[in-house]
Design a protein around this ligand. Structure first.
Ligand code: GUN
Ligand code: ZN
Length: 437
């Protein structure tokens, strides 16, 4: 019989069915994790659950702590680790002034390796256990990223940026080379251990029609089947007014920005579009019809002055969504701080983002956006035990604020408003201790 480990603490996670989110809070809980597979065997109330699991390898009791699923950051750029907090520009100028300059450094293998390691450690330190990241346009930047993720046993999704125009020559690939390089990366890494590949045309302005056609060819060659998951697609859409005007000039034949991707067969349930903050109703409708997913990046939208998103629109059109950091356009790796800014943007649109929904959008909803809710996102039996242990007395202010919390909603709201990496006491990957503050 395989051995198991026990973790005792307050436990929080959620489930979702027919768009109804159910918060599950167990003040004195027990999580049971299979030591071999790293999968969850049971989560329940300590008093009733503990007697069923005698003779475990170990029991860890976290006092004054809350266990919850690791965060899932569905849109982030690992080569922008050092671009974060770059001063004073908006999207297109920021890309040219800071981002394209920094991303060229990833032609150096050692540089790319160092940043991949720093990036993954920063994610973990912030309680993010899964991310879908853009790499640079250099193939090897993907190799070093997946190698670093595999070493840490993380569930990660990444892809080589495809860009064959409107960027410095050193960063540009070609339609043909981007297809060949992406394909060889897919063959090497997709569905290996906990790793998955995302076909990654950066955004419509930096790809030719020919390159978008090659990207679609990859999606078709690696589809979902009854026993394997196909590759995902990640890109940007409707982030900034200037960008949208530019897309109109570059693709005069398209009905709108979304149609650029849709007409190239780049949309559907495996396609994840970052931002979408200036969508027209026609675009929302087409996105919903195609089953495409949206990732909202509040901190990036505020930092680059791109605009304010509208969650209610996405809900009206029943489009699946999640929240993400978009580092380095976003200025924090902390998903607590991503939720904090999401709440404020919603406020400006007369929408109250309740804390249960905010945490859903950074855990289970994010898993659904990635088609990975069969393995991560909450603590259902057989899911992978990637979890974080929050220190509920991390700061004096949090300690004091939680003394007046009436229920789990109050606790969660205080955490997403006042919290950051100081809250992350320990991180477990597949039930194994990976990080301790
Ligand atoms: N659009 C195209 N590339 C990027 C990028 O790197 N960051 C953001 N925020 N938007 C983009
Ligand atoms: Zn981005």
């Amino acid at each position: 019989m395989s051995q198991y480990n026990l973790f005792r603490a307050s436990i929080y996670h959620c489930t979702e069915s027919d768009r109804v989110i159910e918060a599950i809070y167990i003040p004195d809980g027990l999580m049971v994790v299979d030591n071999d597979s790293g999968q969850i065997l049971e989560v329940g109330d300590y008093t009733t659950t503990a007697p069923k699991w005698p003779n475990s390898l170990s029991l860890k009791h976290f006092k004054d702590s809350l266990i919850m699923p690791g965060f899932i950051d569905t849109h982030v750029h690992y080569p922008q680790y050092r671009v974060i907090a770059s001063y004073g520009t908006s999207l297109l100028d920021w890309l040219n002034t800071y981002t394209f300059v920094e991303e060229q450094k990833f032609s150096d293998l050692d540089y790319a390796t160092t940043v991949a390691e720093l990036f993954l450690d920063e994610l973990i330190k912030n309680g993010t256990t899964t991310a879908m990241t853009f790499c640079s346009s250099y193939k090897q930047s993907v190799d070093v990223f997946f190698t670093a993720a595999e070493k840490r046993k993380l569930r990660m999704i990444a892809g080589k940026v495809m860009m064959d125009r409107n960027a410095p020559e050193g960063l540009c690939d070609s339609a043909q080379s981007s297809y060949i390089d992406s394909k060889s990366l897919i063959d090497k890494w997709h569905n290996k251990a906990r790793l998955s590949y995302a076909v990654t045309p950066r955004f419509a302005p930096t790809s030719t029609n020919e390159q978008l056609t090659q990207a679609a060819k990859l999606l078709k060659e690696y589809p979902n089947t009854s026993d394997t998951k196909g590759v995902l697609l990640q890109t940007h859409l409707n982030e900034n007014d200037e960008e949208i005007e530019w897309v109109k000039e570059l693709y005069p034949e398209s009905k709108n920005y979304f149609d650029v991707y849709d007409s190239h067969d780049l949309t559907g349930i495996n396609s994840v579009f970052g931002h979408c903050i200036h969508n027209t109703d026609e675009e929302y409708r087409a996105m919903a019809d195609s089953g495409s997913k949206v990732v909202l990046c509040p901190r990036s939208n505020l930092f680059l002055g791109s605009g304010l998103f509208a969650i209610d629109k996405l809900e009206d059109f029943e489009i699946e969504m999640a929240l993400a950091s978009d580092v380095g356009g976003g200025d924090s790796f902390s998903m607590f701080q991503v939720m904090n800014e999401a709440y404020k943007i919603c406020k400006l649109n007369d929408y109250n983002l309740d804390p249960v929904k905010a945490f859903y959008l950074t855990t289970l909803a994010a898993a659904k956006v990635l088609n990975m809710d069969d393995s991560i996102g909450n603590f259902e039996v057989n899911k992978e035990a990637d979890f974080i242990v929050l220190d509920l007395s991390a700061t004096e202010l949090i300690t004091e604020k939680l003394k007046v919390a009436k229920d789990i909603n109050d606790i969660l709201f205080s955490l997403m408003t006042l919290g950051d990496d100081r809250l992350i006491k320990e991180v477990y990957i597949l039930g194994q201790a990976t990080y301790k503050k």
